[in-house]
Design a protein around this ligand. Structure first.
Ligand code: CP
Length: 331
């Protein structure tokens, strides 16, 4: 694996390998001293052309925990605001000796362009591009699902295991969601069954070719007793750009597609509630659901660090060794 551009590019073996490596990384983070020497002397650039809280901070934390040098580049306040092109920005990063570029961009396909243009020699990691892909979000979601539903519930070590047989409902603004697209790809690869739930206006054209079921009725899908319910953010900033009108009112959206206390009570005891963040509390998810005992939303954020450590490690070390191997060599 040279780049991580799309969850759809991952084979079962690669995806399970990343989850297993993330578990090993998470174990190192239980120690008093969390820093590993693994990527000492390597430079990771966080190149963010779009706002982010979780992804940017967690990639930065992951790179620093692996002892990489980290450069944070935000389009705001850079020469991008003076009209500098993606190519010239990339050439500048190459001149700085970037070994890996983590890129978030509003244009679908921008990470692919960076990876295949020849402007950069290092690895490119997609941190979310337009409405296309967000592969590390899907990986951290899969990691969280595996920990809760394969490992703990089954009382077994989840290492080496897929998500075979799980049913995951993904609910909300599928049309604008790179999280939904990435999760459908990865969950399908890992053997889970996915049902997308959305109002007809928020279902993308061509969805019936995706490897998942589609429903317009949340209560009917909850009656199927899914193992996990992943709520999606209503992306109002993308809707206003398109002139709005995707649903009549916030209240009607909540009544039809929000996860509230009544719907929460319909879930199986073992089922988990997920959300990639940022959340619109009171719109797609109520406080009862976001903060309740079934919620793993904060844990998703924590797991993002271990998953991004694993991805950086696997891409920059070029081989699938345990993180402690190098720590022992360096000691
Ligand atoms: N889940 C996610 O991508 O969050 P941020 O936009 O805060 O990075």
């Amino acid at each position: 694996m040279r780049h991580l551009l799309s969850a759809a590019d991952l084979t079962v073996a690669q995806a399970v390998g990343i989850l297993d490596t993330a578990a090993a990384m998470a174990a190192t983070q239980e120690r008093q001293i969390k820093k590993l020497p693994t990527l000492r002397g390597r430079t990771v650039v966080n190149l963010f052309f779009e706002d982010s809280t979780r992804t940017r901070i967690s990639f930065e934390t992951a790179a620093k925990r692996l002892s990489a040098d980290v450069i944070n580049f935000s389009a705001k306040g850079s020469s991008v605001s003076k009209g500098e092109s993606l190519k010239d920005t990339a050439l500048t990063l190459q001149a700085m000796g970037a070994d890996a570029v983590v890129v978030r961009h509003p244009a679908s396909g921008a990470p692919h362009t960076l990876a295949h243009s020849g402007w950069l020699h290092g690895a490119v990691l997609n941190a979310g591009d337009g409405t296309h892909q967000h592969p590390t979000q899907a990986l951290l979601d899969a990691y969280t699902l595996r920990r809760h539903l394969v490992g703990l519930r089954g009382g077994v070590d989840p290492t080496g295991r897929t998500l075979d047989g799980l049913h995951v409902a993904i609910v909300g603004d599928v049309l604008h969601s790179r999280v939904a697209r990435s999760n459908v790809d990865l969950l399908h690869t890992l053997g889970a069954r996915v049902t997308l739930v959305a109002p007809p206006t928020l279902v993308p054209v061509g969805i019936h070719a995706w490897p998942c079921a589609v429903s317009y009725h949340l209560d009917a899908v909850l009656a199927e007793r899914p193992d996990a319910v992943m709520m999606l953010r209503v992306q109002r900033e993308r809707m206003s750009g398109a002139g709005g009108g995707f649903f009549p009112s916030a209240l009607e959206y909540s009544r039809g597609y929000g996860l509230d206390a009544r719907r929460l009570a319909l879930l199986e005891k073992h089922a988990v509630v997920m959300h990639p963040g940022p959340m619109n509390r009171g719109l797609e998810i109520s406080a009862d659901a976001a903060d309740g005992a079934s919620s793993v939303i904060v844990e998703q954020v924590a797991n993002g660090v271990a998953v991004r450590m694993a991805v950086l490690y696997l891409l920059l070390s070029g081989e699938e060794r345990r993180p402690d191997d190098e720590a022992r060599v360096d000691a």
